[in-house]
Design a protein around this ligand. Structure first.
Ligand SMILES: [Zn+2]
Ligand SMILES: [Zn+2]
Length: 420
């Protein structure tokens, strides 16, 4: 039997891994600048955590989670998203006691059993950001500014920010009633799933992909007409702060997000060229989630960036880790010299590779080319006897002889960290 990776689970191979690392490093740089700290939470959690946070009636919990019984008979889920786990950790370790404002980010894999397609994998990766303890609308605008800054830093500046307000329990209740009444009038045109969904959570109908249902939804009442005064004020303030920050946005009154815990602000960042799966990032406020999971009454807001989708819209060129050196050594003595020098240079953070097989100069130059070496140091037996080596600059296409005793300093000066 041929062994292959599981469908929907992908290997990330070099040189693509360098692009992943660049995305992660940029995220750390921006987020640490805004006062975020990294949190690492487990991949496995009790299934109950997601049912209680994301919501029983959502597609994720109903159909998409990897849930299984472990050897003790406990019901375990591979996390389908990070917010629930981060909130669980925030409560469990009483992070609110140390600081009323906590800003956290994490980067890692999530798991959903969906139909694999372009930009959608069963193991996918997210950059996840959460802010606890701020109810002021300024933070809503700021987290959206962070997403947009990040996207333009990594080269995805052309994305569009869409925002909506999902209200609070106070205004959502009459809205759900209004929506239910409307849907009930069109019951015969709704698919079976939607008829079942609307009894427990009519908002879910907005997520239905059946064309007949989508047609009806375009006529449905909108949450914006039901917002209570505090929710409407909050939404207006968020828009005002986005303008202060010069972040372009569009209000999308039909965006409801597929999770139950959102309140007030919800947003998505969409990119052209991704088709139906066009959201690169999404998030929102969750003012009651901490309390719903057994913690104190502390507001929160966060977002996740989908790394696979982001990579789809970025130019497909590997990230260069900087100049490198290849040492082409000819003969036993020079090979020993090359091994020692390469070790010393790598310790000095100069990327250096050598040949191990004692191949011809031509073959070694081909290796150097494949490695993308900026410089090649050639040490032959004659050169070694004369105390010399040849340093060839592959980009400038010129070479010079350098005395062996000063070769280490000479290379570090040209290629070490901090050199031009
Ligand atoms: Zn409200
Ligand atoms: Zn439907």
């Amino acid at each position: 039997m041929e062994l292959k990776a599981i469908r929907g689970f992908s290997d990330i191979l070099p040189p693509a891994t360098s692009r992943w690392r660049l995305l992660e490093e940029c995220a750390r740089k921006i987020l640490e600048g805004y006062g975020f700290s990294e949190i690492r939470v487990p991949i496995l959690e009790k299934a109950e955590l997601f049912a209680r946070s994301i919501g029983e009636e959502t597609d994720i919990v109903e159909k998409e989670m990897y849930t299984f019984e472990d050897r003790n008979g406990d019901c375990i889920t591979m996390r389908p998203e990070a917010t629930a786990s981060v909130v669980r950790a925030y409560i469990e370790h009483k992070l609110y006691a140390a600081d009323p404002v906590v800003k956290l980010f994490s980067i890692g894999p999530m798991f959903r059993h969906e139909r694999p397609q372009k930009g959608r994998h069963r193991q996918f990766h997210q950059i996840n950001v959460e802010v606890f303890g701020i109810s002021h609308s300024m933070i809503d605008a700021e987290v959206m500014a962070i997403v947009m800054d990040y996207l333009s830093l990594v080269g995805a500046g052309g994305c569009q920010l869409q925002i909506n307000s999902l209200g609070c329990p106070r205004c959502r209740l009459p809205y759900k009633e209004g929506l239910w009444t409307f849907l009930n009038k069109h019951l015969s045109q709704l698919c079976e799933d939607c008829r079942r969904r609307m009894e427990r959570n009519p908002l879910r109908v907005f997520d239905c992909k059946v064309p007949g249902c989508q047609e009806i939804i375009t006529e449905a009442p909108l949450i914006s007409d039901y917002l209570c005064p505090p929710c409407a004020e909050h939404f207006a303030a968020v828009r005002g702060y986005l303008e202060t920050l010069e972040i372009a946005y569009e209000v999308n009154p039909r965006m409801v997000r597929g999770l139950d815990y959102y309140t007030k602000t919800a947003f998505e960042v969409v990119a052209g060229g991704l088709g139906a799966q066009n959201a690169v990032a999404a998030g929102g406020r969750y003012d009651h989630l901490v309390a719903a999971l057994g913690g104190p009454d502390i507001p929160g807001i966060g977002f996740a960036i989908g790394m696979e989708r982001l990579l789809l819209i970025l130019p497909d060129k590997p990230f260069s880790p900087g100049p490198s050196l290849f040492i082409a050594a000819l003969g036993e003595g020079p090979q020993r010299e090359a091994l020692g020098l390469s070790h010393k240079l790598n310790r000095a953070r100069v990327r250096t590779m050598i040949d191990y097989e004692g191949r011809s100069l031509k073959a070694q130059m081909r290796r150097a080319d494949k490695f993308g070496a900026r410089y090649v140091l050639i040490i032959g037996e004659d050169e070694q006897r004369a105390g010399q080596a040849i340093l060839r600059d592959m980009e400038e296409k010129k070479q010079e002889e350098i005395p062996l005793p000063s070769i280490f300093e000479e290379i570090v000066r040209r290629m070490g960290e901090g050199s031009p």
